[in-house]
Write a protein that binds this ligand. Structure first.
Ligand code: NAD
Length: 236
C-alpha cells in the first residue's frame, strides 16, 4: 500500500460483506438466488408480466432483514468514514440496510433498497417495511396495483452512477469487498479506479474473475479481514 497519497477513498461492497450477518449471497452453488431463477424474480420483464411473484420474492427478502445485525466489517467501514469525512464514499450493491444500521452516512445504494417501495402509477419511491400485496396502497398516491420493490432489477439502470463515476475518477484508493465481480457496471469500477491512478484492493473469501485487475488481494472473511485492513490504513 502506498504510504503518502491516500486521501480520497471509494469502497464498493457486495453480498459477501453481509454473509456473516446471515444474509445469503447472490448465487448459490445451484446458480439460483435463494432457490429462484433470476429471470423469474429479478428482471424488468418479470415485473411487467409477473408482478406478484416479484413482490412475493422481495417481501420475503424484506422480512429476512428485519432482525439481522451488521457485523464487524460494516462497523469498521463506519469508523473509516468517521475518520475521513467527505473524502470517504461507500458504494454498495447490497439492497439490505446493514450499512446504515451500522451507522454509515456517505453511502450510495446503487442497486436500490429493500426497505423502499416504488409505485409505477405515480413514479415515487418511499420507505416501506411491510409486504407489498396486490391490494396494498401506494404510501404516496394511495393507488393499488403499481407497487414494486425499489431495487434495480436485471435490465434496469443502477442508481446515482454519475456520482460514483466522479468519485472513482478522483479517488486514490479503491477497495472492493465481498463482490464476485460478475455484475456490471460495478465489476468495472476497478478499471476506472486503476485508470485514475488509484491503488486498488480486493477483499474476498475467494478469487474472483476480476482479481488479477487489483494491485492487492486479501483473502478471507470480510468480518475478519476488513477490521484489520481498516486499522492498517489508520496507521499510514
Ligand atoms: P455475489 O453473491 O455475486 O458474490 C458474493 C461474493 O462474496 C463472492 O465473490 C464470494 O466469494 C464473496 N464472499 C462470500 N462470503 C464472504 C465473506 N464472508 N467475506 C468476504 N467475501 C465473501 O454478490 P455481488 O457481487 O454483490 O452481486 C450480487 C447482486 O445480488 C447484487 O447486485 C445485489 O444487489 C444482489 N444481492 C444483494 C444481497 C444483499 O443485499 N445482502 C444479497 C444477495 C444478492
Amino acid at each position: 500500500m502506498p504510504k503518502e497519497r491516500i486521501s480520497r477513498i471509494v469502497v464498493l461492497t457486495g453480498a459477501g460483506i453481509s454473509a456473516e450477518s446471515g444474509i445469503p449471497v447472490f448465487r448459490g452453488a445451484d446458480g439460483l438466488w435463494q432457490g429462484h431463477r433470476v429471470e423469474d424474480v429479478a428482471t424488468a420483464e418479470a415485473v411487467a408480466f409477473n408482478r406478484p411473484v416479484v413482490n412475493d420474492f422481495f417481501n420475503k427478502r424484506r422480512r429476512e432483514v428485519e432482525k439481522v445485525a451488521p457485523n464487524s466489517a460494516h462497523r469498521a467501514l463506519v469508523e473509516w468514514e468517521q475518520a475521513c469525512g467527505d473524502d470517504f464514499l461507500l458504494v454498495t450493491q447490497n439492497i439490505d440496510p446493514l450499512h446504515e444500521r451500522a451507522g454509515s452516512h456517505n453511502l450510495i445504494h446503487m442497486h436500490g433498497e429493500l426497505q423502499r417501495i416504488r409505485c409505477d402509477s405515480c413514479g415515487e419511491s418511499a420507505p416501506f417495511f411491510a409486504d407489498a400485496l396486490a391490494q396494498t396502497l401506494c404510501p404516496v398516491c394511495g393507488r393499488a396495483g403499481g407497487l414494486r420493490p425499489d431495487v434495480v432489477l436485471f435490465g434496469e439502470m443502477p442508481m446515482r452512477m454519475e456520482e460514483v463515476f466522479m468519485a472513482l475518477s478522483a479517488c486514490d484508493l479503491f477497495v472492493a469487498i465481498g463482490t464476485s465481480g460478475a455484475v456490471y457496471p460495478a465489476a468495472g469500477f476497478v478499471d476506472l479506479a486503476n485508470q485514475a491512478g488509484a491503488y486498488t484492493v480486493e477483499i474476498n473469501a475467494a478469487e474472483t474473475e476480476r482479481s488479477p485487475t487489483f494491485h492487492e488481494r486479501l483473502t478471507g472473511r470480510a468480518g475478519e479481514v476488513v477490521p484489520d485492513f481498516v486499522a492498517s490504513c489508520f496507521k499510514l
